[in-house]
Design a protein around this ligand. Structure first.
Ligand SMILES: Nc1nc2c(ncn2[C@@H]2O[C@H](COP(=O)(O)OP(=O)(O)OP(=O)(O)O)[C@@H](O)[C@H]2O)c(=O)[nH]1
Ligand SMILES: [Mg+2]
Length: 354
């Protein structure tokens, strides 16, 4: 069964809205949220646009989010009225509108809890981490954004950390992610042996921690699959501490030798649950959740931003100032013009006074 109707995507800021647009084109329900008129225009004719009035971008100041939401209560109310049980929150970590608003949105969405004290909604953040060659301000913002996510970890569902080091072409990263997540949400293939069903997918999304997904063609070998999942695909490289939640594999066919659960365990560690299913097609779908957040990768943004901060402070201390020079002491009298002799005009004025 497909989860398509139970899912909503919220795109926050420029990056989040562009990512969300790909899901809109795949006929998912989507909300587009941004203050920048120009960014919203790029989206073209799409429904459910929430224009954050009086905030045409946050100009690198994530902390403006609270004031912005206070002035845009219709958007907060719209969040409170969301009916879908699974919500993906898409945003860049490096910008300021999306990364600033995301934690507030996630808190609003997880406000309603059930009898067990768990959030009724499953809220899955999709933060996009900048590439290492982006400016230092972006790294700083990304680090702050990740501190927020870390603090909220227990109330959040599976978190997909997109890694912009994966490709220079952002549209490509956006479309790969949309394709693989769509396959996870809608794949309803069945086999005699076993199936990966809807309730198992929901449980995988509910569990907090990092998650990775991969969709591979038949000709891909297991080494490539595992490398894409763990270090050089569209997700941030995983931690090497073998902390793992569940593993799901939908094999490319009932008699396929594409990859085994043991192969995946070797890279990710022992899972709590294993879900297996079988495709009739040519592709293998793999999902692993409950992973530690990619702290080693994210730490590098903090370290690089800290280095730049130290360097700037050092440079500031060695700034040269202008000093007084002797010529400034030169007597003013020398340059004062001699008193003018009385002119014809003065003589005329004197006559008029008589
Ligand atoms: N993967 C991916 N990353 C993107 C895309 N567009 C922008 N980015 C990333 O997002 C960062 C910029 O963040 P934006 O989304 O433009 O920022 P914002 O949320 O609009 O916030 P402002 O600072 O107020 O403009 C860039 O540095 C990139 O890392 C995209 O389409 N896909
Ligand atoms: Mg913007």
């Amino acid at each position: 069964m497909s989860l398509k109707n139970d899912v909503l995507f919220i795109g926050l800021g420029n990056c989040g809205c562009k990512q969300a647009k790909v899901f809109h084109e795949m006929k998912y329900k989507v909300m587009f949220v941004n203050g920048s008129e120009q960014d919203l225009k790029i989206l073209g004719d799409v429904p459910n646009i929430y224009r954050l009035k009086n905030f045409d971008g946050f100009g690198g100041h994530r902390e403006r989010a609270l004031d912005c939401l206070a002035e845009n209560m219709e958007f907060v109310e719209a969040l409170q009225n969301i009916k879908e049980k699974i919500v993906f929150v898409l945003h860049s970590a490096a910008g300021s509108t999306g990364s600033g608003i995301a934690p507030y949105c996630e808190e609003v969405l997880t406000e309603t809890v059930n009898e067990e004290g768990r959030s009724e909604k499953i809220v899955c953040p999709v933060p996009t981490l900048p590439s290492f060659d982006e400016p230092i301000g972006k790294k700083k913002s990304a680090y702050k954004s990740m501190l927020d996510i870390q603090e909220m970890r227990d109330i959040l569902g599976a978190t997909f950390f997109i890694n912009n080091n994966a490709a220079k072409d952002y549209d490509r990263i956006n479309s790969i992610f949309a394709k693989v997540l769509d396959c996870f949400l809608t794949n309803d293939s069945y086999g005699k042996l076993n199936n990966f069903d809807e309730s198992e997918k929901v449980e995988m999304l509910r569990q907090s921690g990092a998650a990775v997904l991969g969709l591979f063609r038949k000709e891909h070998n297991k080494t490539l699959m595992l490398e894409r999942l763990t270090k050089n695909g569209i997700f941030a490289p995983i931690e090497k501490n073998m902390i793992c939640g569940d593993i799901a594999i939908v094999h490319s066919g009932i008699d396929s030798s594409d990859i085994t659960v043991d192969n995946v365990i070797t890279e990710f560690g022992k899972p709590f649950n294993i879900f297996e299913g079988y495709n009739n097609g040519n592709s293998t779908l793999i999902c692993v959740n409950g992973l530690d957040y990619p702290v080693t990768h994210i730490k590098q943004f903090g370290e690089l931003a800290q280095q730049a901060f130290n360097e700037r402070n050092r440079n500031r201390r060695s700034v040269e100032k202008l000093s007084n020079l002797d010529f400034l002491e030169e007597k003013a009298s020398k340059s004062t013009p001699e008193k003018k002799k009385s002119t014809k005009l003065d003589a005329l004025r004197k006559l008029m006074e008589k």
